[in-house]
Structure formats: C-alpha cells, structure tokens
Design a protein around this ligand. Structure first.
Ligand SMILES: C[S@@+](CC[C@H](N)C(=O)[O-])C[C@H]1O[C@@H](n2cnc3c(N)ncnc32)[C@H](O)[C@@H]1O
Length: 143
C-alpha cells in the first residue's frame, strides 16, 4: 500500500501457506503434480518488462494463479475484462509467450472502459494481443 505504485489493485506477496493452498487447489482442479505446478513459476517474468512501472519488485499477488492456469491449459485465447493498469495483461501475455515457446500459440484480449487503462501493456505484448476500450459486453459483442 505505501511502497507500491499499484495502490488500487495491489501487488502483495502471498505467504508460503497461501501459495501452498493455491498449489493444492490447482493440483486438484487440473490433476497435475504439485511440483510441476511450482515449476511453472520458476521463470517468472522479468521486472524489467514492466517498463512503465516504477516499483523495483513486482509481486503477482492473486495473479500467480492466473499465470499458472494459463500455463497449464495453454489457451488459444485469453480474455481479461477490466485490465486497469495492465498488470494482469502483462502477466497473462508472458504466460502466452512461454506457451508459444513450447509450441502452443495463444492470443490475449483485454477490455476496459477507461481509455487510460492498460499502459503497462506495451509493444512487447501487442504482437499477440490487444486491449479494446469501452464497455466489456459491448466490446466483446463486436470482436
Ligand atoms: C479491479 S480492476 C482490474 C484489475 C486488473 N485485472 C489487474 O489484474 O490488475 C477493474 C477494471 O475494470 C474496469 N471496468 C469497470 N467497468 C467496466 C465495464 N463495464 N467495461 C469494461 N471495463 C470496466 C475499470 O475501469 C477497472 O480498470
């Protein structure tokens, strides 16, 4: 709250116990070995990729779960309704980049009603995705 630029959607670091519960949940949901789930986080994204963000350390917070799920199911399309600064957009797009390196191509589509939203989602990610502006339901009807 006091040390981060992400002061509305938060970038807290889950404690070991929280992570343990998350991994166990995902293990049950996807019938994947616990250690394999942890492996998906070994190559977490580089803080340097958050070029427009002044925090020195980026904590994924709940987005850790999103990232792991994207790595497990290797989706062809991810839709995130409401991107705000674009932290989820970057994390999900990084998961898609890693999936593509393993031969599974996917696209990212983000929406937000705020025309200022998504500024973290820069050129590095636009190759395989985009953010569309306006009401999510209206935008998704058109795309
Ligand atoms: C909780 S924030 C999203 C946080 C983001 N997913 C992240 O990982 O940091 C919710 C966002 O939804 C957007 N929003 C609210 N109502 C909307 C609507 N009807 N259509 C599209 N976006 C909307 C807001 O502008 C805001 O940026």
């Amino acid at each position: 709250m006091f040390n981060s630029n992400e002061d509305t959607n938060y970038t807290y670091d889950p404690e070991e116990k929280n992570l343990d519960e998350l991994y166990k949940l995902l293990e049950n949901m996807f019938e994947i070995n616990y250690s394999k789930i942890k492996d998906y986080l070994k190559n977490k994204i580089e803080t340097s990729n958050f070029k427009n963000f002044a925090d020195t350390e980026i904590n994924y917070s709940r987005r850790i779960g999103w990232c792991i799920i994207a790595r497990i199911i290797k989706p062809k399309l991810i839709i995130e309704t409401g991107v705000d600064k674009g932290m989820g957009s970057v994390i999900l797009s990084e998961a898609l980049i890693k999936n593509e390196q393993e031969g599974f191509k996917g696209k990212y589509l983000g929406t937000d009603i705020n025309p200022e939203a998504g500024y973290l989602f820069d050129d590095l990610y636009r190759k395989n995705g985009k953010i569309i502006y306006g009401d999510s339901i209206e935008s998704l009807k058109k795309n």
